[in-house]
Ligand binder design. Structure first.
Ligand SMILES: Cc1cc2c(cc1C)[n+](S(=O)(=O)[O-])c1c(=O)[nH]c(=O)nc-1n2C[C@H](O)[C@H](O)[C@H](O)COP(=O)(O)O
Length: 499
């Protein structure tokens, strides 16, 4: 063990002497950690840590890790104590021209009252987000066809509105798993909130509290779980999205802690035994690492030549199977909902299912949640005599929802509510909590208008007869195949060569 100086704090100079693979100390949030033996365990690879060996790594650490990640992953004897303030050499991050231009775009972004729809937030986020953040948030798997199909599928569903109904008063509030919600929309779990904004997922918590919307807390949040729950108002309803860890003891601790903190629903993600190949994210290579590095546990090193997603998700249990649900029911009283395309969910006795393809970030060419909803409702009606929406077994969809009309189509087809992911990410990335509030207000405005135009006073009036989904399964138009089309010189003879 290295002999530490007698003083309670450690000088920056001493830390700077431990700047190699042989002895690697880093500073995070003013505390010194000996990460020498953790280098090859780090899911994000050793390179990114060695870049900050002997230095302050807080700035790099913040967006990707919950604050308590380092203290929970390093044994206590590696927590060396506080660093002597102002003895640490400042990590100068040079401001590139590109970054200056991005800051310029941030200050020139339009005022919130000019934002009219959720697409505006995406358009602005694309211009103001750091490249890594935009890549991570916007990316989807392979050719991203499913990501586009998620949105396109709603365009194959048409309304049959009712007229001459008194729609002076319209009310689109509902309950989700028995909890009040101001709209049939919840904020879906999306990881790494601090890539887009220093407050990360707290932006969602604050806005959700103010507007009576339910937030689903992701396992891979940048903020710690307790930070997010502590930021909730008394009585605010939150759900927890779980990636099941190979180490079930960790999963059990997480689930029971969430229940103990008052979370009202456990959403187990079942469509991601491994996170998909999201090529925009992969291009950001979080410090490519030689995959042959064998970690201490003797297993092949984490393949770190991918983007953030792969690096942070090596813990996910690829062996998860239907029989495990009994174990989950034995460790928690929270209603359990499966998140992913899980047709057998009803027979396994869970409280519901989110028909989702993870925003197109997993299996490309997986069908959209809304298309599966039509199939699931028909099947459960025929095989189990169920009708929907159904209090006992609630159906949710997510993916590609950008308008209140998308939500109303899902409600008409039997969903209890709909999850929205990227639009809320983009809204806080560009405008913080106020952006999320604006996004929620936009949806409220759209609900009011479209409920009136549909001739519906409450969500109960939104019935299957009000939509024509007969074309939902016709994939005659495959969403734009951008990658292929942009490379293919389709206009080969556009310009005949002279002579
Ligand atoms: C956009 C996005 C989605 C993620 C997401 C991160 C981002 C940036 N992450 S991920 O890194 O692992 O893929 C999660 C996640 O933590 N857990 C999860 O269940 N779904 C995750 N999802 C999927 C999300 O919960 C919704 O299913 C999806 O976002 C719905 O599609 P839209 O974005 O089009 O609304």
């Amino acid at each position: 063990l290295v002999q530490l100086p007698m003083s309670k704090t450690i000088s920056g100079k001493t830390v700077a002497e431990h700047n190699s693979r042989e002895s690697c100390w880093i500073i995070v949030h003013g505390k010194v950690y000996d990460v020498t033996e953790f280098l090859d365990e780090h899911p994000g690879g050793s390179k990114i840590i060695l870049k900050y060996a002997g230095k302050d790594a807080t700035q790099e650490y913040e967006p990707i890790h919950p604050p308590d990640a380092i203290t929970t992953n390093l044994p206590p004897e590696k927590h060396l104590g506080p660093v002597e303030p102002d003895t640490v050499e400042k990590v100068v991050v040079e401001i590139t021209d590109e970054e200056k231009a991005r800051q310029e775009r941030i200050s020139n972004r339009p005022p919130l009252d000019e934002i009219l729809n959720l697409h505006d937030f995406e358009n602005i986020a694309k211009q103001v987000l750091p490249e890594k953040a935009w890549a991570y948030y916007s990316s989807a798997a392979d050719d991203e066809i499913t990501n586009r199909e998620n949105h396109a599928a709603y365009h194959r569903i048409w309304f049959r509105p009712r007229v001459l109904r008194d729609v002076t008063k319209v009310d689109w509030s509902t309950t989700i798993l028995g909890h009040k919600s101001s709209m049939p929309v919840y904020i879906s779990a999306t990881a790494l909130g601090k890539l887009g904004h220093p407050d990360g997922e707290l932006n969602l918590t604050r806005a959700a509290a103010k507007h009576g919307v339910i937030q689903m807390i992701p396992t891979l949040a940048s903020c710690s779980f307790d930070e997010i729950v502590d930021a909730a108002q008394p009585g605010q309803v939150q759900f927890f999205q779980l990636y099941v860890n190979k180490d079930r003891a960790i999963t059990k601790k997480l689930v029971q802690h969430a229940e103990g903190r008052g979370v009202k629903g456990l959403f187990i993600t079942v469509d991601a035994p491994q996170l998909g190949r999201r090529e925009k994210d992969m291009r950001m290579k979080f410090e490519a690492e030689d995959p042959s590095v064998v970690s201490k546990s003797g297993s092949q090193g984490v393949d770190r030549s991918q983007g953030a997603a792969r690096a942070i998700s090596s813990f996910i249990d690829t062996a998860l199977k239907w029989d495990d649900l009994e174990w989950f029911k034995s460790i928690t009283k929270m209603p359990i909902i499966l998140k992913g395309d899980a047709l057998q969910a009803y027979d396994s006795g869970v409280a519901g299912v989110v028909l989702s393809n993870h925003g197109g970030r997993q299996l490309d060419f997986a069908r959209s949640g809304i298309e599966i909803l039509v199939e699931v409702v028909a099947k459960l009606k025929e095989k189990r005599g169920l009708s929907f929406p159904n209090e006992k077994f609630q159906l949710f969809v997510d993916g590609g929802v950008r308008r209140a009309t998308d939500v109303l189509k899902a409600i008409a087809l039997g969903a209890t509510a709909v999850g929205v992911g990227r639009p809320f990410l983009y809204s806080f990335s560009a405008y913080g909590t106020e952006g999320v509030e604006k996004a929620i207000r936009i949806l409220h405005d759209e609900f009011e208008m479209n409920m009136r135009l549909l001739g519906a006073r409450t969500l109960k009036d939104i019935v299957p007869e009000m939509v024509d989904a007969s074309n939902i399964q016709s994939h005659i138009i495959v969403p734009r195949d951008d990658l292929y089309n942009n490379n293919y010189e389709s206009m080969k003879y556009a310009k005949l060569k002279e002579s």
